[in-house]
Design a protein around this ligand. Sequence first.
Ligand SMILES: NC(=O)c1ccc[n+]([C@@H]2O[C@H](COP(=O)([O-])OP(=O)(O)OC[C@H]3O[C@@H](n4cnc5c(N)ncnc54)[C@H](OP(=O)(O)O)[C@@H]3O)[C@@H](O)[C@H]2O)c1
Length: 264
Amino acid sequence: MTREFLGKRIVITGASSGIGKALAQHLAPLGARLVLAARSEDKLKAVADALPGGALIVPTDITKESDRRNLLDRTVDRLGGLDVLINNAGIASWAHFADSTEDILRQIMEVNFFAPAELIRKAIPILTQGVEPAVVNVASMCGRRAMPAWSEYSASKYAVCGLTEALRGELARFDIDILLMIPGLTKSEFSQHFLRSEGKANIEYDKGMPPEYVAERIVQSLRKNKTETWIGSDTNWMLRINRWFPRLVDYLVARKVTKLYAAH
Ligand SMILES: NC(=O)c1ccc[n+]([C@@H]2O[C@H](COP(=O)([O-])OP(=O)(O)OC[C@H]3O[C@@H](n4cnc5c(N)ncnc54)[C@H](OP(=O)(O)O)[C@@H]3O)[C@@H](O)[C@H]2O)c1
């Protein structure tokens, strides 16, 4: 299957920055009709104003049920339906679990897991009426190999991967495709939004992939209807090594973290 984008009605969550913004910039010139969602209205407006053909902006806190309902209602009112839902919005905390809090764990699960899960549930009846309908879930390398100091985030992204796999079987009867994206380190505004930033390793976000590259790979995979896409060389080598030598990865990671924490 090759999915065309001309006229496709696409909702992107987390469209005010990073990968979501880059997705909007990739999809708009292809003729997609976009709905951009995030909390920051001013940033959404700036993104939409710069797109050829513009976009509908719907300020949305995806953790609020009323906002999720409003996002889908406005999409149907203005565009007459929905063809693709891209669950991209996400947050993280980079620090140790032992001195983290229940509130941080719950916030991360709310944004990264419960909100997209409930958006999918609400969107199913609308997507069934769509053209070549699909759900795209942006997870992370941490959703296939969990990492220390990313415990809450890794757990939330594992949950996204699990839900996606389960729904692949369930949504087939509605002819809705569900695709999983697994990006590695990306040079976005992600690290500026961390709930905590106290992990010890020096993560070089400046050396991460440009969001435009990640967005291009996501759009390619959506076009080709690719079930799961690993994005970036770090993701590819880490997940390949981990597939065959998980105990070795456990050992090396534990040794590194122990050294880093002993040094502080
Ligand atoms: N950057 C990386 O290294 C990396 C690697 C792998 C996977 N990812 C994943 O890629 C996705 C996009 O991240 P990014 O790198 O583009 O980070 P980003 O630049 O921080 O973008 C995150 C987006 O999520 C939105 N958002 C956060 N909380 C929200 C809420 N409650 N309701 C609605 N929108 C919300 C933010 O907008 P507002 O603040 O305006 O609401 C923003 O548009 C995330 O799911 C992330 O986990 C990132």
